[in-house]
Write a protein that binds this ligand. Structure first.
Ligand code: TRP
Length: 336
């Protein structure tokens, strides 16, 4: 089999939380340590522009998310870690792919359809109200990210599978028209990668407002963990670990032996207050070092910038010659 090329974009929006760490950052860093894989991880700041038109917020989020990945141990000598907007070949490929994309395909994109449905529900005169071409064409930009580096495995959440299928469709049409240059990507859906629950027991997500920030101060971490919803069972009353938010969060951070120990303590009726303290200590221990490193990085933004600049140079060493090949294939060549 050909080499695995794993690629994923991280949209710089908001501040990273424990759910991002467990669901995306940790497995991505683990993947980057495997042999025989090439990993491309990038900050999808062009994608961020679709939703965020506040330059300060974009800058800050980009800085924080870059620092987060570095602080958590991404080996930027092994994985190619870069900022999407540093790769000037991406928007160029996006246009070439746009000319290979049926408008009808984009009409079917979930994010766009949801907005239209929303407008219809509100009985808006214009069903495209508030929808930019950025939002509409978002899957084409994403296809360019993927196809540029001939990535074959794309780790995504279920909501993004459709976008990978669209990238395949677009690539297939390109290959049919111009010759077999593009690699068709596949989604890599990690079924057992933990979906961390939030304060209220639903999936931890910015949109539910139930997140615990990854690198907030220790005090805040403790306070948030104390807020996690529990039932009214008393200390000494046996408790079930099934569907228990505190237990699930603990399991995402603790060693298997520790988890078994706590399972026994549940049966014996551990008090919720004590369990919360245990969860806090476990997570805090896990995050103390990276948190320190994270804050050091934010104090030296030049170090973050250097890492991203080096990443961009490595990425462009691939994207430049590949885009040249593509330009030639479509007939964008000097007159001879
Ligand atoms: N759209 C993805 C998200 O919002 C981010 C992203 C951009 C991406 N380009 C990508 C993911 C390419 C995988 C591959 O989460």
């Amino acid at each position: 089999m050909s080499q695995e090329i794993i690629l994923t974009g991280i949209t710089p929006s908001g501040t990273p939380h424990l759910g991002n760490y467990v669901g995306a950052i940790r497995p991505s860093i683990a993947n980057s340590k495997r042999d025989n894989v090439a990993c491309f991880y990038f900050l999808s700041d062009y994608h961020a522009l679709i939703k965020n038109q506040d330059p300060e917020r974009l800058k800050q989020s980009t800085r924080e998310i870059a620092a987060t990945w570095i602080a958590l141990g991404l080996d930027t000598n092994k994985a190619i870690f870069y900022r999407q907007s540093d790769i000037h070949e991406i928007p160029e490929l996006t246009w070439i792919l746009t000319c290979m994309t049926a408008k009808g395909l984009m009409n079917r994109a979930h994010a766009y359809k949801a907005k239209v449905a929303d407008n219809e529900e509100k009985r808006s005169k214009d069903q495209d109200k508030g929808i930019t071409m950025g939002l509409f064409c978002y899957p084409i930009l994403m296809a360019a990210d993927i196809l540029m580096f001939r990535a074959n495995k794309i780790p995504v959440g279920k909501d993004q599978i459709q976008h990978i299928e669209m990238a395949r469709d677009i690539a297939a049409r390109f290959n049919h028209t111009y010759g077999d240059l593009l690699t068709l990507p596949e989604p890599l859906v990690d079924e057992d990668s933990a979906i961390l629950k939030g304060l209220d027991g639903r999936k931890m997500s910015k949109s539910y407002n139930n997140t615990i920030p990854l690198f907030g101060p220790e005090k805040q971490l403790r306070k948030m963990i104390m807020k996690i919803k529990t039932d009214s069972s008393e200390p000494g009353e046996p408790k079930t670990t099934e569907n228990n938010t505190l237990f699930d969060i603990y399991r995402a951070f603790a060693q298997p032996e520790q988890v078994e120990e706590i399972r026994k303590r549940y049966a014996e009726g551990i008090a919720w207050g004590e369990m919360k303290q245990i969860v806090f200590e476990c997570i805090n221990e896990h995050l103390a070092e990276p948190r320190k490193y994270y804050h050091e990085l934010l104090e030296h933004p030049g170090d973050i910038e250097d890492i991203l600049t080096q990443g961009a140079a490595k990425a462009r060493a691939i994207s430049k010659p590949f885009l040249d090949t593509i330009r030639k294939a479509v007939g964008l060549v000097p007159i001879q």
